[in-house]
Ligand binder design. Structure first.
Ligand code: NAD
Length: 473
């Protein structure tokens, strides 16, 4: 792969030292200055939309321009705009009512943490770098970003774009692969924000723990979709197909597999393939249907499908010109009916355009399937009855959820986005992101009228009464 040049480990350390030296709590930009910077970021992202479409298309071989504009550019602009509009509110010191018997007024200040590290994956190489970077800057931090080596054109583009806009002491992009990633996550950042696989996330958390660096882990997993008996098959199939085949399934919150009522698997498979036919009348040459990011990922996908077919599962694929598809590294939208529990499609996060459909005897069985496994990043429930769908949420957990739809909850910047259990910890987007990258500093202002001896030995009746009141005597 044409790669960006890997940062030397010496340079990585130098940039970190420079950012650390430059950061001072005494010179944190004011909220007004940060709002101006957010406005600059909005203009920067929107102004480079064409270059971003081109760079990401080069990395993927073929990436739907509309997917890049919506999921990468628009989401990043919306995030920066929303923070800018709310920053005065989120960033001001917050009065908190002091219910204790300790006299004095209390409030919380939202302060930057210092130097923040961001490690990004390849599947949405811009958005998953730009949103944490923007939010960390909005909270007053400086940022070092390590993009994925799998998408080198986007990494190089971001490096150039941010270098033109910011001093290296405020924003620096450090390119490279695993070796740079390891060294990066070992730096004593004031906060480390990681998006990627659960496996690497564990290594990052262990490296950060050595420095007691707080970490946000945005990880993956198998996000289930539960279809209740009354769900509208045709309507559900459309939003499921959208969520599964958007970016050719290379989405952390893509519906990984469906749990459908016994006897309805075939109807769901047909409805999904029909929806696909309407979305992409010609798949191979269709710019709206993205390619698989690399040869390695392509082979993993075709191997998964072959394994399921060999084990006797029913594999159904959208019709497409096979030669053109493989030449363009595109895998046809695929549904697999009732694959065996030990097949790769049911064991690993799929992360591609392949959708297993499992028939279950009851909603209880569907819920038992989900709760017996790692907590997923997303869960989707479909029913004509919103309360029945919500009852599924009552009995399960997941990072986020969407009722009668897929994916779209992530695009709503006002609600937190993050995992739970093996799908990660911490969260961001909107206000939650601002809080994640801020240190909540609690302050008590002791009243001037309070004579110190009321609280010091030898203990006075005032002190004894206060303690007795606290205990409840
Ligand atoms: P990955 O874990 O292989 O790589 C992510 C980043 O980590 C890259 O920048 C990589 O260079 C770096 N890295 C690799 N080895 C490292 C190490 N030992 N130490 C430190 N950094 C290292 O993940 P990926 O293949 O790029 O992304 C796919 C995974 O990410 C999927 O599981 C997907 O679900 C998940 N994901 C999660 C979210 C989310 O928001 N929760 C979003 C997108 C992707």
């Amino acid at each position: 792969m044409d790669g960006s040049i890997a940062t030397s480990l010496d340079h990585l350390q130098t940039v970190f030292d420079r950012q650390k030296q430059a950061f001072s709590f005494a010179t944190v930009p004011s909220l007004k200055e940060r709002k101006a910077m957010l406005k600059r970021l909005e203009t920067l992202f929107a102004g480079h939309k064409d270059e971003l479409v081109a760079a990401i298309a080069k990395d993927f071989g073929s990436r739907s321009p509309m997917e890049t504009l919506s999921a990468e550019v628009a989401m990043s602009v919306i995030n920066a705009r929303s923070i800018r509009k709310n920053l005065d509110d989120w960033g001001r010191k917050r009065r908190v009512w002091n219910h204790s018997s300790i006299p004095g007024k209390t409030y919380v200040r939202y302060e930057p943490k210092g130097v923040v590290g961001v490690i990004a994956p390849w599947n949405y190489p811009f958005q998953l770098a730009a949103i944490p970077l923007t939010t960390a800057l909005a909270a007053g931090n400086s940022v070092m970003l390590k993009p994925s080596e799998i998408t080198p054109y986007t990494a190089d583009f971001m490096k150039e774009m941010f270098a033109k806009e910011f001093e290296e002491t405020q924003v620096a992009v450090l390119t490279g692969g695993t070796e740079v990633g390891e060294a990066f996550s070992s730096l004593p950042f004031d906060h480390l924000f990681y998006t990627g696989s659960t496996q690497v996330g564990r290594l990052v958390a262990m490296a950060a723990a050595k420095n007691l660096t707080p970490v946000t882990l945005e990880l993956g997993g198998k996000s289930p979709t539960i279809l209740l008996d009354d769900a509208d098959i045709e309507k559900s199939a459309q939003t499921i197909a959208m969520g599964k085949f958007y970016n050719a399934g290379q989405t952390c919150v893509a519906p990984d597999y469906l749990l459908v009522p016994q006897g309805k698997g075939d109807a769901y498979a047909s409805a999904i393939l029909e929806a696909v036919g309407n979305f992409y009348p010609d798949i191979a040459g269709n710019e709206d249907y993205s390619a698989i990011v690399s040869d390695r990922h392509y082979v993993r996908m075709t191997d998964m499908i072959d394994e399921a077919a060999k084990s006797g599962a029913q594999v159904r694929q959208a019709e497409a010109d096979g030669q053109k598809m493989s030449a363009g590294r595109k895998v046809p939208p695929t549904v697999i009916l009732n694959p065996s529990a030990d097949s790769k499609v049911m064991q690993e996060e799929i992360f591609g355009p392949v959708l297993p459909i499992i028939e279950v005897g009851s909603t209880d069985e569907a819920i038992a399937h989900v709760t017996a496994r790692d907590h997923p990043l997303a869960l989707y429930a479909y029913s004509r009855d919103e309360k029945a769908a919500e009852a599924v949420l009552d009995r399960t957990t997941s990072g986020g959820a969407c009722i009668n739809g897929t994916l779209m909850h992530v695009s709503v910047d006002d609600i937190p986005f993050g995992g739970v259990g093996k799908s990660g910890y911490g969260a961001y987007h909107g206000e939650r992101g601002f809080r994640e990258f801020s240190h909540e500093r609690s302050v008590l202002v002791m009243p001037k009228w309070l004579p110190p001896k009321l609280l010091t030995p030898p203990y006075t009746n005032f002190f004894k009464n206060m303690v007795n009141k606290q205990i409840g005597k």
